[in-house]
Design a protein around this ligand. Structure first.
Ligand code: AMP
Ligand code: MG
Length: 431
């Protein structure tokens, strides 16, 4: 028996997805299919800590030290023995010395003695409690701790309470955030292993498209999709290969797809995938790889091409998005974003949704997922409210620009009554 090295064919993937129907594919099934299709990057690079912000950790980071390394004080005050505290009366203690943060030499204290201590200073041997300075009365070399202001063990940070030695501080697959850089710095880690950046090529197709700077003859529109796509991709910290506007010409299209498959891990196109489209995009896609043309049960964004484009023994995952500007953004967020994160090696994280009361009734047919552009507000500190932005036409990009979230009306959901709670995906969670 020979060992299998080829990735699964699209037919094999389809047979694993329950209820797969390419002519009316629910969003959940499309996501499952894509998750099975996409490979992960394999190459690892070492980066200086700050350069790793937003990148995906490639290996578990195990703490080689305890953080903090020693018990220390959480307050400015006096370190004492909890067992010296009187149960119901003031406690008088002699001040035996002092301890400052960064000092390795420890003052020691006998029973009924205490040590003046600053935040972060090591706890002297035998002392287990810190009373904050504002609670005590100091009288020369003595302090009086009033009854009840502190309990044994209070205000002491324990060695290893942030990270124990040998503990996994951060797991592989994590997209590194500011707190993670700080955590890694607290371990003394100067460099971190991350997956190499995913390379994503993208281009727009359509004879009516003009680039910024060109004249705009009647019947033409400026290409906006390459700008929204660029913006969404830039936020994912992938390497971008902008292949421009490609004319609806088989030679030009084939050259663009081959360039993408040669250099990129994924290629995202917009336009030319509608059912009944008379242009050449679909034919060239089908010629260069293993590609399926779906009709997804969603709105906006029904048509989509998915598969692999191959050239010179390399292949890139193809996401052929519809051309309408809002459909491009919605299909990207609903179907492409998580796939690119998975390809980048990131462990999936569900996006946080808000539950907001719809300010008006919304017409919705069960049997498809709808993404409506909404403006969420929290008037007067009360619960979240959402209002749909004017026209929901899939060509009206202004509705996307005005919105601060997508109202997600799920597959099985029907009409929404005014005041009913709906799910909203806030753009701040996405971008
Ligand atoms: P298509 O999916 O190619 O049929 O395009 C659907 C609609 O989206 C048409 O009105 C196109 O003019 C428009 N469109 C396609 N690509 C772009 C683009 N890159 N920028 C702006 N509009 C586009
Ligand atoms: Mg077109």
């Amino acid at each position: 028996m020979t060992e299998r090295t080829l990735p699964p064919s699209l037919q094999e993937i389809a047979s694993c997805v329950n209820g797969y129907d390419p002519s009316s594919l629910p969003v959940a099934q499309a996501r499952e299919f894509i998750a099975r299709l996409v490979p992960r990057v394999r190459a690892v690079e070492m980066l200086a800590l700050r350069a790793a912000l937003g990148r995906v950790l490639a290996r578990d980071i195990v703490s080689a030290i305890a953080v903090p390394a020693h018990d220390n004080s959480a307050m400015d005050g006096y370190a004492l023995r909890g067992s010296d505290l009187a149960a119901d009366a003031d406690t008088l203690l002699q001040v035996a010395g002092s301890g400052f943060a960064g000092q390795a030499e420890l003052a020691s204290a006998l029973p009924c003695e205490c040590v003046r201590i600053m935040t972060g200073a090591l706890m002297p041997a035998g002392l287990d409690t810190v009373v904050p300075q504002e609670f005590v009365k100091r009288d020369g070399g003595r302090v009086c701790v009033p009854a009840g202001v502190v309990r044994a063990g209070d205000n002491r940070r324990l060695a290893g309470e942030d990270l124990a030695c040998g503990e996994v501080a951060l797991a592989a697959g994590r997209v590194l955030r500011p707190a993670d850089l700080g955590l890694l710095a607290s371990l003394g880690q100067a460099e971190v292993p991350v997956w190499r950046r995913l390379r994503v090529a993208f281009f727009s197709t359509g004879d009516e498209l003009r680039s910024i700077g060109e004249a705009l003859p009647a019947g033409c529109v400026y290409d906006s999709n390459r700008y929204t796509l660029w913006g969404m991709l830039a936020r994912l910290d992938v390497e971008l290969i902008d292949l421009g506007v490609v004319r609806d010409d088989p030679v030009a299209l084939e050259a663009a797809f081959r360039a993408a498959a040669r250099d990129a891990d994924a290629v995202i196109t917009s336009g030319g995938v509608s059912v009944g489209e008379a242009d050449h995009t679909k034919a060239v896609m089908a010629k260069l790889g293993d590609v399926l043309f779906w009709r997804i049960a969603m709105r906006p964004g029904r048509p989509m091409a998915i598969g692999r484009i191959e050239t010179e023994g390399r292949s890139a995952i193809l996401f052929g998005l519809p051309g309408n500007p809002v459909a491009v953004m919605v299909t990207f967020y609903a179907l492409v974003r998580d796939a690119l994160l998975a390809m980048s090696g990131a462990v999936a994280q569900a996006l946080p949704m808000l539950r907001a009361a719809s300010s008006e009734a919304i017409h919705k047919k069960p049997g498809r997922t709808e993404y409506q552009r909404g403006i969420v507000t929290r008037a007067g500190g009360s619960d979240w409210q959402v209002r749909i932005t004017g026209s929901q036409g899939s060509g009206i990009l202004r509705s996307m620009s005005e919105a601060n979230g997508l109202v997600v009306l799920h597959h099985a959901q029907g009409n929404v009554a005014a005041g009913e709670l709906v799910d909203v995906l806030p753009f701040d969670a996405l971008i």
